[in-house]
Design a protein around this ligand. Structure first.
Ligand code: NAD
Length: 489
């Protein structure tokens, strides 16, 4: 545990020392309802133009940069991440805010569309705020996930109710402090503290117009069912089992380093962590030899290549996966210069089909490595779990890789690369299957937080429409002639 509930308090603990970092009051039903109501009735933020909202988000970004030291120490205290991973998280978050702000005006601009046969009409699409967005976040990126989802909802003109994970609420609390100091629209961005029940209250509240949930597939399913009750829109960013495919013509050095980075950075606690590596038979032995040697010099620790597990339950799950795999498969470990919440990197070779590591998200510094020789078998294995967040392919033959891209049921595919797509905020981010529904990032993300409204304007009001009642008999004949003429080809 890195957090415990006592009476109406949430006690946040440092995952390494177990020391208390802070005590927060859990938001009660009245506080939650009042906050949501304040957000519902205050239209001052949504009434601003997109340009104005963008300028506030840019101001917020600059304030975050000024407070980067405090943000970094808060993340460290509640997660046990190493400094480099924290720097990357802050940089990625600021870059996201900058990129998303830069595309917002165009993405949310009213659009003229072709009216087709309806020559006497003008057709437009408008993107309007939905109202109040409930953002529910996990613990693995306590800055990036709550901030980026909230910023997209805000730029789209919504007021945001953010519920951070009970394990890492302090970074979000700091975000709220920085927002309130810099931006006068306090009701536009509010935070609610608590666990699953508090998250549930937000989902079920009728004044919440959209849910943006990032977390586990099992909770995502529950939320989807609750949203289905009122057909409330929900964006679900869930777990992953991201496969890496290494083809015979891959640059082996790049493939080895990418596999290790994709699997082990942030202690493998990233939804887009590489979890499964599939290596083609012609390069398999070489790859296995190189990665087995390389992993021995990778270590976890406060000054290691990656930091600690963030919550004990997840550390236990990862250990369970490794123990299960160790019964039938060879495992090679790297190092860990500290114990308890630090897990050494692990490579599991040829895990059994019924092992946890093949069938569930592991979410730790573990890679499974399997040989493949036929593509049909490869795709069957890749798609077995139903996860479809992201994937990567290493090789040279573009034609072959394009064929593989077509067959991969994942939201993103990286070629000779891993994970960097999250840092490119102009492209949509999200998964399919049990990895979720909907997209964040890019114009797709901004529009996901918007009401897409189609507007049709009649141009010549002095003219009667030919289909109105009282029309001449000839109109039917005319329409048939027009049909035959226009739809011939
Ligand atoms: P979780 O599902 O346990 O919790 C996520 C959030 O949901 C927390 O704030 C929690 O308090 C809240 N919650 C729990 N039960 C709830 C309920 N019934 N109703 C409403 N809210 C509820 O997930 P976690 O353990 O915090 O995060 C790890 C998971 O998140 C992993 O599976 C990881 O892959 C996934 N994740 C996905 C992405 C993505 O973008 N796809 C990003 C980061 C993490």
């Amino acid at each position: 545990m890195t957090a415990k509930f006592e009476n109406n308090n949430l006690i946040v603990l440092n995952p390494l020392s177990g020391d208390k970092v802070d005590t927060l009051t859990v938001s009660d039903e009245k506080y939650i309802n009042d906050s949501i109501l304040n957000a519902k009735i205050d239209s001052s933020w949504s009434s601003l133009s997109v340009s104005k909202r963008v300028s506030y988000i840019n101001k917020f970004r600059k304030e975050l940069l000024k407070n980067k030291k405090e943000i970094a120490s808060t993340i460290k205290n509640e997660t046990g991440k190493i400094d480099f991973d924290i720097t990357v998280e802050i940089l990625t978050s600021l870059e996201h805010l900058k990129q998303i702000a830069s595309i917002a005006k165009k993405a949310l601009k009213i659009q003229r569309r072709n009216a087709g046969l309806m020559k006497t009409k003008k057709a437009y699409v408008k993107y309007e705020p939905l109202g109040v967005a409930g953002v529910i976040a996990p613990w693995n990126y306590p800055l990036a996930t709550p901030l980026t989802s909230s910023a997209e909802a805000l730029i789209a003109g919504n007021n945001v109710l953010l519920k951070p994970s009970e394990h890492t609420p302090l970074t979000s609390k700091l975000l709220k402090k920085i927002w309130d100091n810099a931006i006068e629209y306090k009701n536009a961005f509010q935070i609610i503290i608590g666990g699953a029940d508090v998250g549930g209250s937000i989902v079920k509240n009728n004044n919440i117009d959209i849910i943006c949930f990032t977390g586990s597939t099992s909770v995502g399913r529950t939320i989807a069912k609750q949203c289905a009750e009122t057909l409330k829109p929900c964006i679900l960013e869930l777990g992953g089992k991201d496969p890496m495919i290494i083809l015979n013509d891959a640059n082996i050095h790049r493939a080895v380093e990418s596999a290790i980075f994709g699997g082990m950075s942030n202690a493998g606690q990233t939804c887009i962590s590489t979890e499964e590596v599939f290596v083609e038979d012609g390069i398999y032995n070489d790859f296995v030899e190189k990665i087995s040697n390389r992993i021995k010099s990778i270590k976890s620790g406060s000054t290691g290549d990656y930091g600690s597990m963030i919550i004990a339950q997840n550390a236990d799950k990862v250990k369970r996966h490794i123990e299960d795999a160790s019964k039938k498969s060879k495992i090679i470990y790297g190092e860990s210069d500290e114990k308890d919440m630090f897990l050494p990197p692990a490579l599991v070779f040829e895990p059994c089909e019924d092992s946890f590591i093949v069938n569930e998200e592991t979410f730790g510094p573990v890679l499974s490595i399997r040989k493949f020789s036929n593509e049909e078998d490869l795709f069957e294995k890749i798609h077995k779990t139903g996860f479809g967040l992201s994937s990567s392919i290493f090789g040279k033959n573009k034609k072959r890789m394009n064929e593989i891209i077509k067959k991969l049921k994942t939201g993103t595919v990286s070629i000779n690369d891993v994970m960097t797509h999250y840092g490119i905020s102009s492209i949509p981010f999200g998964g399919e299957g049990v990895s979720g529904i909907g997209r964040l990032h890019g114009k797709e993300g901004l529009r996901a937080f918007s009401r897409t409204k189609s507007i049709v304007v009649n141009r010549f009001n002095f003219l009667n429409e030919i289909w109105w009642f009282g029309r001449s008999e000839k109109i039917n004949t005319l329409l048939n002639k027009v049909m035959n003429l226009i739809f011939r080809y």
